[in-house]
Design a protein around this ligand. Sequence first.
Ligand SMILES: Nc1ncnc2c1ncn2[C@@H]1O[C@H](COP(=O)(O)OP(=O)(O)OP(=O)(O)O)[C@@H](O)[C@H]1O
Ligand SMILES: [Mg+2]
Length: 394
Amino acid sequence: MRTKKSTYSDSHIQEDETHNSESISDDYAEDIVDKREQIEKEQKEDTVMNNTKESLTTISEQSQINDLTNLEIQDIEGIGPTTARKLREAGIFSVMDLAVAAVEDLAVDINASKESAASFIMASQKLLRESDVLDKEFITAETALKKRRSLLRCSTGSSMLDDLFLGGIETQAVTELYGEFGSGKSQICHTMCITAGQPIESGGLNSGVIYIDTEGTFRPERLEQISSTRSIDPVRALQNVAVCKVYNSAHLELIVKNLGKYIDDYKAKLVVVDSIISLHRAEFSGRGTLADRQQRLNSIMHKLLRISEIYNVAIIVTNQVQSAPDTFFGDPTKPTGGNVIGHASTYRVYLRKSGENRIAKMIDSPYHPYSEVRFTINEKGTDNLDEGKKSKKE
Ligand SMILES: Nc1ncnc2c1ncn2[C@@H]1O[C@H](COP(=O)(O)OP(=O)(O)OP(=O)(O)O)[C@@H](O)[C@H]1O
Ligand SMILES: [Mg+2]
């Protein structure tokens, strides 16, 4: 239809142009220019429509994948009705749930040996591979590249900050944001609650969001402000975000254990854990409990990483900093939680204040260059620096 419309306008312009050019008045010339602009606008709209169509195909492909994940536990090789019942009693209802389980936890939950637990998990992953939900054990680098190019990315709300992530925060990855108080960790998370709900062609994930708040700093009013100032309907935007206030470390572990189910329930493609460590840090404070704390954090982080890959979601965790008195050069702060958080995060970004602005630095990534960008926080949430102000200051 659109093509017809363009052809119609084209033919009119041609007709218009066949008039005696000398007799064309200024008004008439303006009319032609207007029509040209109209055609260009329509052509642009067509491109957007086509892009939207492509995005929709991606979403429908996604829902096909989701259908495949409705595979029954009993479809897994080596699992009979008794084990299936035990698994259900342990809160494992789908093949996806089993595929992201940790061996030790599963062995305890179903009262089986670690070897059996491991074999069930591996069998569930094998079934997901056969169903194309998980990658085959070996794929060519070319296929891997194609898959990476089709990864969804969510805008942070600032294109300057998006540049640090080469286009936004990736799905199938855990991104850790760490920095001192007020550095903007929670503000980025709040802004992304709004951007994630936006269509894919506008830098969103067209999805729901799960926000796990361990510090009591989630503010729905802020979401309202961010969406209104971005001309996004605040009512719909807020309906899109499922918040869970977590009170202790055991509660957090339970939420993470059942996260797959919540992701399905809320159709989420973004999960925020703000912050990952505060509860464990407060509860396991003595030196004697450090090993236990690290082991628990390790288990949470690995579970999050597996969930991000299997459910194709972006996971953001925030982390605090502690002073590192042994640092002689550079910033004498480092993320808390030691290597446990860092090793399991796919991307690690350091945030700090710089006057009114913020600086984000990519600290650890398998492929991003070691770079930093500036952004700001205002009523729109995270936002680009006002170039005018920036150049005045510099
Ligand atoms: N509505 C707003 N308009 C402008 N700036 C704001 C607004 N709300 C918050 N900020 C800025 O964001 C800062 C708080 O940032 P944020 O809550 O993200 O810190 P954080 O890194 O999560 O710190 P913490 O470690 O304490 O959780 C405030 O100090 C303020 O500068
Ligand atoms: Mg915070």
